[in-house]
Design a protein around this ligand. Sequence first.
Ligand code: HEM
Length: 348
Amino acid sequence: MAFLRASFGFMFMVLLSSTTISIAHPGFPFTWGNVGGSGGGYFSLFPEFYQFSCPQANDIVMTVLEKAIAKEPRMAASLLRLHFHDCFVQGCDASVLLDDSSKITSEKRSNPNKNSIRGFDVIDEIKAQLEAACPQTVSCADILALAARGSTVLSGGPNWELPLGRRDSKTASLSGSNNNIPPPNSTIQNLITLFNRQGLDEIDLVALSGSHTIGVARCVSFRQRLYNQNGNNQPDETLERGYFYGLKSVCPKSRGDNIISPLDFTSPAKFDNTYFKLIMWGKGLLNSDEVLLTGNGGNTKTTELVKSYAEDEGLFFNQFAKSMVKMGNISPLTGYSGEVRKNCRLVN
Ligand code: HEM
């Protein structure tokens, strides 16, 4: 099998070097079976996918991002999250971008997304510019992956080689969005289970949670910790006192659901490892952040990971990059499956 794969790889290398640009779609190389998970297609993603068909794709994405993030630094966080909410629901297929229509029940209405997920206008702007430069070539799913990487880099985080060639779904899944994206009051076991379901492990869970080094959360996402953590009208005792009082002053017991607080209050627009340091100090905002350290009595693999990333930013950056590639590989549509949407909000 390994030999077969190697010889096919070689054959296609020869093909690639001896043919012209016309074979840029659908992408090579061919692989046996399904690399990304349960999604359709027999082609794996690879970084040079648009090398011939739209070599300027990443430059276009970066130019739009630079402007959008300069105008509003939080946009980087919102776009990074969009890729996560896409990949956890029927794979990285841009299903999250679809609006309601006669055939589509939009994921934008799910519990994790409503009044929360954002960045769609920036994706539209990127798509419009890509359609002008390379019509019907760059998928919305790849735009989300490129925007997530670009947003990380522009916020001071790591860069990575990004496999491309995802195609766009013709469906969305509201129930998938409700069931697969972890809620903020998750237990550590719940987080591990939901990540495992996507082929991601504890290392990915902790590294990717490091995304909470940028961006904000609404009061409704952390209120329970302030007023009624365990159904006994008491706050979460792992919260550092000063931080707890600060949060209470901006997040009332009732009303004010949409009042926002930074996930990393020391540097909310800078991608760094302070998120992990804050957790060590009892200053992580969400319950799902805190339980990485103290869940299961502090006896999980995740506890040690939080400590090591708090101590070593390089280690975190390295793993974050790897885990982003892994997340970006969840069940992509490739080859002839799905389509390349003309408008990211609508099926063609
Ligand atoms: C581990 C499980 C996770 C949970 C429970 C979780 C939950 C949340 C919640 C509740 C918010 C605030 C939403 C709001 O209040 O409107 C949020 C924000 C955010 N999440 Fe996560 N998240 C998780 C993992 C991830 C992952 C894997 C990524 C990216 C790879 C990510 C990236 C972000 C970003 C960047 C923000 C800020 C968004 C903004 O400011 O617009 N999260 N998350």
